[in-house]
Design a protein around this ligand. Structure first.
Ligand code: ZN
Length: 154
């Protein structure tokens, strides 16, 4: 594919791409059962349950100390989470990095030859704008860029 020839390596002069690891996303079949499991693992109940209509998922969030854990369950068969579980089973689905300006970062990554799964930021869970990088460009790991919506609207 063309994009692979276009890929440019990162330069030492590039500014830092990500602010910090914000959360990891785990695809689950039964979010109620998994909420109980993660309440046991983290010692705390989910602090947020949220349906994300753009992705056809139900999500829950746990405080994992220095980052969050997001559980995702498909709400119908067209959901990317349903397709993921069908192919690979339950498990680690994505890792999400906080960025300050998602549109700028999307342009940066695209200019470096990374494919974006969505061309404009979309509304994700937890009051964020999100964009995914194609996992084939990132060692098979789906990477989410996320920006808190409050920051973008100040
Ligand atoms: Zn996420």
């Amino acid at each position: 594919m063309q994009h692979q020839n276009k890929r440019k390596s990162f330069q030492k002069t590039d500014k830092m791409q990500f602010e910090k690891l914000d959360h990891i996303g785990i695809a689950v079949k039964d979010i109620e059962k998994s909420n109980e499991l993660f309440a046991l693992l983290t010692g705390k109940k989910a602090y947020k349950l949220e349906a994300v209509e753009s992705e056809n998922v139900m999500t829950s969030f746990f405080d994992g100390g220095n980052m969050k854990v997001e559980l995702l369950q498909a709400t119908d068969a067209t959901s990317p989470i349903a397709k993921f579980i069908e192919k690979r089973g339950e498990g680690l689905h994505h890792i999400a990095f906080e960025v300050e300006n998602i549109e700028e970062k999307m342009k940066d990554f695209e200019a470096k030859g990374f494919r974006l799964l969505n061309k404009t930021p979309k509304k994700g869970a937890d009051n964020k704008l999100i964009c995914f990088l194609h996992p084939k460009d990132t060692n098979g790991v789906l990477i989410e860029l996320c920006q808190s919506i409050e920051i973008s609207e100040q």
